[in-house]
Ligand binder design. Structure first.
Ligand code: FAD
Length: 452
């Protein structure tokens, strides 16, 4: 940090913090995992609050500008099938009703299906889904700490917003922050890779002549490689994704890579690095856009319609839960007795200057099961952790972090929290076969037989 600094700390006087609500379940973070967790907890009869620091739900899917659901499908012995169900089906139905969801398309060198969507439709559908079961939402509110009632129990999360600093009491908490904020503050063990996966800043282009552009996504990569070989351009990352949206006037673009001055990945838990990432990302967006506009058929009159509200963070803290999902589990299509859902996405490693994809064998079942133990932190009884900060190694997380498995983890965490409260147990002690029964009766696919 530069600037004038006299003493390294300031003293803040102790103060009493008002409690602004008491709930059975408090979910922090309204991304794919958190929004499903809040839906599940409320539908299982719990008074539920979802705390989200932005003014809309969807997490990286909205504030990060993704516009594609990955990991909703698996290639099962050569056939593409939807492998994530449950409340996710209802979310997709609501998005379809808003005319904001595409049919699945083939992605990653035609090896796996993905689903593109309109970001506004996800915002609206997520609002509807979460509130439909009675969960309340507190937008524009950031969790900044926890108060504990015992070494192994959280009493309240401390939040800050335009209304000031406050506490929200809960009997059970679900950390869907993506960064394991709550778990870390509550003292649950976590790890952080020595070298994180690189973040990106997404953007969308409008005004594309779709007839002329055709399947231009197949040529952008080659054009960029040729320009680099000719020495006219350098790009921060290979394997760009530039694809049309439901209305092909608009194309989404995923081709930036955010780094520090020494080349290391921007860390999403460091505000100085985040700031640098935003500035660098917007510069990269403009450079990439200019290149695409000037070289790609159909893009001559196009313009940037949106740069995502925030840089997209792929990886920060990951908790050390009852079991870590590994890359070997993903590539070997592993089974677990305590399965709560499945994951059919390949390992997608965002390494320096490139993205490396690694798939389960072509003739395999194409998905691994997700064990409940991924969601169960050590040391904190009334907490579950779902989404990209669940218990996975870096290789496992490079696959399991995408939206589909995060939906599955979120639904399982919310359902499990309701069961734990119903039985007066900690998250680690619930009856997992009963959890599996409830998830299946709510439509989830646990991978116990082949999907249809
Ligand atoms: C650039 C990029 C591109 C990607 N592309 C795709 C893609 O095309 N398809 C795909 O499926 N996946 C993609 N991913 C993966 C994506 O991260 C996951 O799909 C998913 O969004 C992770 O879900 P999550 O709920 O765990 O966390 P997040 O989506 O990160 O959501 C966390 C939520 O918690 C909120 N939050 C965080 N901290 C606090 C706090 N202290 N207080 C209150 N609220 C808080 C955040 O605002 C956010 O809404 C991409 C990721 C990135 C970064």
């Amino acid at each position: 940090m530069t600037g004038i600094m006299s003493t390294p700390t300031v003293h803040e006087p102790a103060r009493s913090t008002p409690v602004i609500g008491e709930y059975d379940v408090v979910v922090i973070g309204g991304g794919p995992a958190g929004l499903m967790a809040a839906t599940a907890a409320s539908r299982h009869g719990m008074s539920t609050l979802l705390v989200e620091m932005y003014g809309f739900l969807g997490g990286a899917g909205t504030m990060g500008g993704l516009a594609t659901f990955c990991g909703m499908h698996a290639r099962v012995f050569g056939t593409d099938v939807q492998s994530i169900h449950g409340y996710a089906d209802e979310l997709l139905d609501r998005m379809r009703a808003l005319d904001g969801l595409n049919e699945p398309h083939l992605s990653v060198a035609d090896r796996i299906q993905a689903l593109s969507y309109d970001i506004s439709a996800l915002k609206l559908a997520a609002d509807e889904l979460v509130t439909s079961g009675g969960a309340e939402i507190l937008f524009h509110t950031r969790a900044v700490g926890v108060a504990r009632s015992a070494d192994d129990r959280i009493d309240a999360v401390i939040v800050e917003s335009k209304s000031g600093r406050a506490a929200v009491r809960g009997r059970f908490f679900i950390d869907g922050s993506g960064d394991a904020d709550i778990a870390a503050w509550a003292g649950a063990p976590f790890e952080r890779s020595e070298k994180l996966m690189y973040p990106s800043l997404m953007f969308r282009i409008n005004g594309v002549d779709s007839d002329e552009a055709g399947e231009a996504w197949r040529v952008v990569r080659e054009q960029m490689e040729q320009a680099e070989a000719a020495g006219t351009h350098t790009f921060p990352r290979k394997k760009p994704i530039v694809r049309p949206q439901r209305n092909p006037l608009e194309w989404r673009s995923n081709l930036t890579q955010l780094s520090n001055a020494d080349g290391s990945p921007v860390d999403g838990t460091d505000v100085h690095q985040l700031t640098r990432g935003e500035l660098q990302g917007r510069r990269q967006v403009w450079d990439a856009f200019e290149f695409i506009r000037d070289h790609t058929p159909g893009f001559r009159d196009s313009y940037i319609v949106d740069i995502a509200p925030s840089v997209g963070i792929r990886e920060t803290r990951r908790i050390l839960g009852g079991l870590q999902l590994t890359e070997e589990d993903v590539l070997g299509c592993a089974d677990f007795d305590d399965t709560i859902g499945v994951n059919g996405w390949p390992v997608e490693a965002h390494v320096t200057g490139d993205v490396a994809f690694r798939f389960a064998p072509v003739d395999s079942r194409g998905y691994n099961q997700l064990p409940y133990r991924m969601l169960v932190p050590q040391r904190v009884e009334n907490l579950l952790v779902a989404g990209r900060c669940a218990s996975m190694t870096q290789g496992g997380q490079s696959s399991g972090r995408v939206t589909g498995p995060c939906f599955a983890m979120g639904q399982a965490a919310g359902t499990a929290a309701a069961m734990a409260l119903g039985a007066g147990l900690g998250g680690a002690d619930i009856d997992v076969s009963e959890l599996q029964r409830r998830l299946e009766s709510d439509g989830a696919f646990l991978g116990l037989e082949l999907p249809v």
